[in-house]
Design a protein around this ligand. Structure first.
Ligand code: SF4
Length: 150
């Protein structure tokens, strides 16, 4: 189902799509656009000692200026549209965007809520998707490994 976004939409991302990564680390800035924190808990597990995504060359970083891309969770809400646009613009180009969790994909329990502006793909060019509500850490690590190539 196509959702109509109330008000001004985030400017479309016209930057080039990143190619597959062959070396180095993949550094991601996590962005919560309005989640229930379930996805964040699973991301924390994915980077914890059991699933250990860092061993595959993937790291979470605090600054978007140090990131190769964004790991976006939650339903982009009205309040988060502009912050999402700003953080995207702060990532050096080309920037990778990963939509993590059913909410970010336009599904999930909040999809019909009044303040939800649609899936992440309605605002940014999404290069990878991770399904689930919440996604299992195994699935998060699998997708990150596909991107990092390790
Ligand atoms: S996908 Fe599920 S766990 Fe993740 S933010 Fe949405 S409701 Fe929460």
């Amino acid at each position: 189902m196509t959702k109509v976004s109330p008000g001004r939409a985030v400017q479309p991302d016209t930057r080039p799509t990143p190619g597959p990564r062959r070396f180095g680390t993949l550094q991601l800035r996590a962005v919560d656009t309005g989640s229930c924190n379930g996805c964040e808990m699973e991301i924390a597990q994915a980077f914890g000692p059991v699933y250990d995504a860092a061993q595959y060359g993937v790291r979470l970083v605090a600054s978007p200026r140090h990131a190769d891309g964004l790991l976006v969770t939650g339903t982009p809400t009205l309040n988060m549209r502009q912050p999402l646009e700003r953080v995207r613009d702060a990532v050096p180009r080309p920037a990778l965007v990963i939509a993590c969790g059913d909410c970010a994909l336009g599904r999930g329990p909040y999809a019909e809520a009044y303040a939800v502006t649609g899936p992440v793909s309605e605002h940014l060019t999404v290069h990878a998707e991770i399904c689930g509500c919440p996604p299992h850490p195994d699935d998060i690590v699998r997708v990150l490994r596909e991107i990092s190539g390790r």
